[in-house]
Write a protein that binds this ligand. Structure first.
Ligand code: AMP
Length: 280
């Protein structure tokens, strides 16, 4: 497995693979990899000849008060996980390699980014710009994204359609800890008490899902049940609880079609997200 830091070295390798007729599966990440990331690599390994993983904490998608500096990093452990998962190449660029002096071109997504995480994290969906760049560098046949970041998955699908990119976007299910907390690099911020409190995310979603399974189709009822459950936890502060159409990320009143029930909750200073998807 190679670890490359420059755009040129990745492009050269990709050119060679393409000449040999090999297909490329791509997994973009910010590193500090866990089982959730590994599940994307496993899917990519199954569906392609070569797997490329990018590890890049993209400064552009962090707001001024967010955790860019403290975001956990461990390239050595990440490389081991990627190697064990059968990846062929890690692309690990420095910010200066990705954003040369004078950089000023952005993918400006409108519709899908004005809700959920896009509201509380105004620059977050600059992730589209970096994913677009990474797609141009890696030239994958398929790219793998977790349903954990469901809005991101919807936004990237839309971008690929709108910009006529010849890449299949594959969504992969959320991988959880044994007690139900969705795996996240940010879980490392939680102290023992907060780690326990964080279980309220999954617990509240389960309460919402139980209503859906019992036939409830009113979004407001599902939202209220989830909100009430979260409010029982003193360390939790709700950022949002929303029920939206999964394709358009617009609020719905009634559960019909593909629906995303998504929450963002502060546990202490750590903002965690979780969701479930309903197909009606
Ligand atoms: P990140 O490194 O947090 O930017 O995540 C990189 C990719 O891994 C994104 O597509 C995430 O949705 C996905 N991912 C992160 N956590 C999980 C998880 N617990 N289960 C499945 N996918 C995940």
């Amino acid at each position: 497995m190679k670890v490359e830091g420059t755009v040129k070295s990745v492009k050269d390798q990709v050119k060679e693979w393409k000449k040999e007729g090999l297909s490329i599966g791509f997994v973009p990440t910010m590193g500090y990899l866990h089982e959730g990331h590994k599940s994307l690599m496993d899917a990519a390994r199954k569906g392609n000849d070569k797997v490329v993983v990018s590890i890049f904490v993209n400064p552009m998608q962090f707001g001024p008060t967010e955790d860019l500096a403290s975001y956990p990093r461990d390239l050595e452990a990440d490389a081991k996980l990627c190697e064990a998962a059968g990846a062929s190449l890690i692309f690990h660029p420095e910010p200066e390699e990705m954003y040369k002096d004078g950089f000023c071109s952005f993918v400006d997504m409108n519709g899908l980014t004005n809700a959920l995480c896009g509201l509380s994290r105004p620059v977050h969906f600059r992730v589209c710009t970096v994913v677009n760049k990474l797609f141009n560098i890696v030239q994958p046949d398929k790219a793998y994204f977790g349903e954990k970041d469901a809005q991101q998955l919807a936004v990237i699908k839309r971008m690929v359609t709108d910009l006529n990119m010849d890449i299949e976007i594959v969504g992969c299910p959320i991988i959880r800890e044994a007690d139900g907390l969705a795996k996240s690099s940010r879980n490392t911020y939680l102290n023992a008490e907060e780690r326990q409190a964080a279980l309220v995310l999954n617990r509240s979603l389960k309460a919402g899902k139980a209503l859906v399974d019992a036939g409830e189709t009113r979004a407001c009822v599902i939202k209220s049940a989830i909100t009430a459950e979260i409010e029982k936890e003193p360390l939790a502060k709700i950022d949002y609880v929303d029920v939206v159409d999964f394709d358009t990320i617009t609020p719905v009143e009634k559960l019909e079609g593909s629906i995303l029930v998504a929450i963002a909750v502060y546990i202490g200073k750590t903002r965690l997200i979780d969701n479930f998807i309903v197909e009606k």
